[in-house]
Design a binder for this molecule. Structure first.
Ligand SMILES: Nc1ncnc2c1ncn2[C@@H]1O[C@H](COP(=O)(O)OP(=O)(O)OP(=O)(O)O)[C@@H](O)[C@H]1O
Ligand SMILES: [Mg+2]
Length: 384
């Protein structure tokens, strides 16, 4: 092991580096990152080797993974390793193919708020920032159907406000959907989006009328696809329909006042989920708990972007993120508002902080401004 320092007292630094080396070793043994091997003198445990220590701040361990290990294995155990290394949290990043850089953090990297600066450049949508300080930005055309869950006051609506404020100004997107709370769509009143939105709980039949209109449009778009295309080219004339279903449990409860209506609403949502993606429809379900009686396994399976703000139990987290490490799931039951876990195709489970626009008033102003901004012609492009 080498170690680097800019400090003066070399003997003290050597002691500190040694202590860290031992702490790493013992913490790895305790978490199962190490492997038991038999030697001539008995059983011993080998752990991922610390090849370099930089005494901080920030203090950094450069670690060589053992054969068969991935960076995800270290990230999964980070919560158990950190306190034994004298840190509040660890930032783990891959260096080359088999080394990881482990930075010891004094505080949770997701502490503090993440302001949302509008407008966002290009066609990107900022979903949040991860523990490594990476902005999670996605082209909106690449967004999948999504479920956002979390207990009350955990940050679902604020996350959705951020999403809509970013997307409302683009003429190639219509923000549609059903909002039993009345708050999400209120700032859209009078805009081009409002004709595709239903708010409140007074007229549940309006839910179905809207969904039937959307399904009919979807069918028409699919029928009208050119012979050489299997996905719609989103354009100002045929915009992406972002169908947000806020307070999904309340929405279904309202629809279920009439049994047949409830069934028809579910069937229409099922069709949008199953066939909508290729026709430029994206569904976002916002719900406190994605339990089977509310979000059926079929609907859940259709939503490949899954985001959980604080959940009440680890079982709730399992609903959207099966196989999430136990320590991560347990810690998430006390997560602060705005902190979430995300599963997306091809991505490890990612802990991130959602952006924050500010007060509800700031959201209202952002949407009004976005809706008023010029309807400029932008080029059409394909969506998957
Ligand atoms: N990303 C964030 N950054 C900072 N603070 C946040 C963030 N998200 C939420 N909060 C705080 O938490 C409060 C509750 O958030 P929000 O209204 O989004 O909860 P919710 O999950 O929609 O709850 P409910 O299920 O009751 O509607 C906000 O008013 C805000 O103070
Ligand atoms: Mg809410």
């Amino acid at each position: 092991m080498r170690f680097w320092t800019k400090r003066q007292d070399r003997a003290a630094d050597e002691r500190e580096a040694d202590a860290l080396w031992w702490a790493w070793r013992q913490a790895c043994e305790g978490t199962g990152l190490g492997n038991q091997v038999d030697t001539a003198t008995g059983a011993t445990t080998v752990v991922p080797e610390v090849v370099e220590i930089v005494l901080g701040p920030p203090t950094i361990l450069m670690v060589k993974l053992m054969p068969g290990q991935l960076i995800g294995d270290v990230r999964r155990e980070a919560g158990r390793l950190a306190p034994h290394l004298g840190a509040a949290a660890l930032r783990v990043q891959l260096v080359g193919r088999i080394h990881v850089r482990v930075e010891l953090l004094d505080a949770d990297p997701l502490d503090g708020t993440l302001p949302l600066d509008l407008p966002v450049a290009g066609d990107g949508v900022v979903l949040g920032r991860d523990e490594g300080g990476r902005d999670l930005v996605q082209d909106w055309a690449d967004l999948a159907h999504a479920i956002v869950q979390g207990v009350t006051r955990s940050g679902k609506s604020v996350f959705t406000y951020g999403l809509l404020a970013q997307m409302a100004g683009d003429p190639r997107i219509t923000v549609c959907g059903i909002d039993p709370t009345g708050l999400l769509f209120r700032p859209f009143a009078g805009s081009r989006h409002a004709t595709h939105q239903v708010s409140g709980v007074a007229d549940p039949h309006a839910y179905l009328r809207l969904l039937h209109d959307l399904v009919a449009e979807m069918d028409e778009r699919i029928t009208g696809l050119p012979a050489d295309r299997d996905t719609l080219e989103v354009s100002v004339a045929q915009p992406l329909r972002l169908v947000v279903l806020e307070e999904y449990a309340g929405l279904l409860r309202t629809a279920d006042q009439d049994k047949q209506l409830g069934k028809d609403v579910r069937a229409a949502i099922g069709r949008l989920l199953a066939e909508g993606a290729k026709a430029g429809f994206r569904v976002v379900i916002v719900v406190q708990r994605a339990e089977a009686s509310i979000v059926g396994s079929y609907e859940r399976a259709m939503c490949s972007l899954r985001i959980s703000f604080r959940t009440d139990t680890t079982a709730s987290l399992e609903l959207l993120h099966p196989g999430a490490p136990k320590a991560v799931a347990e810690a998430h039951t006390t997560a602060l508002p705005g902190i979430a876990l995300m599963s997306a195709p091809g991505e490890d489970l990612t802990r991130f902080r959602a952006p924050f626009l500010g007060t509800y008033g700031a959201y209202v102003r952002a949407v009004i401004e976005a809706c008023e901004s010029g309807v400029d012609e932008r080029p059409a492009f394909a969506v998957a």
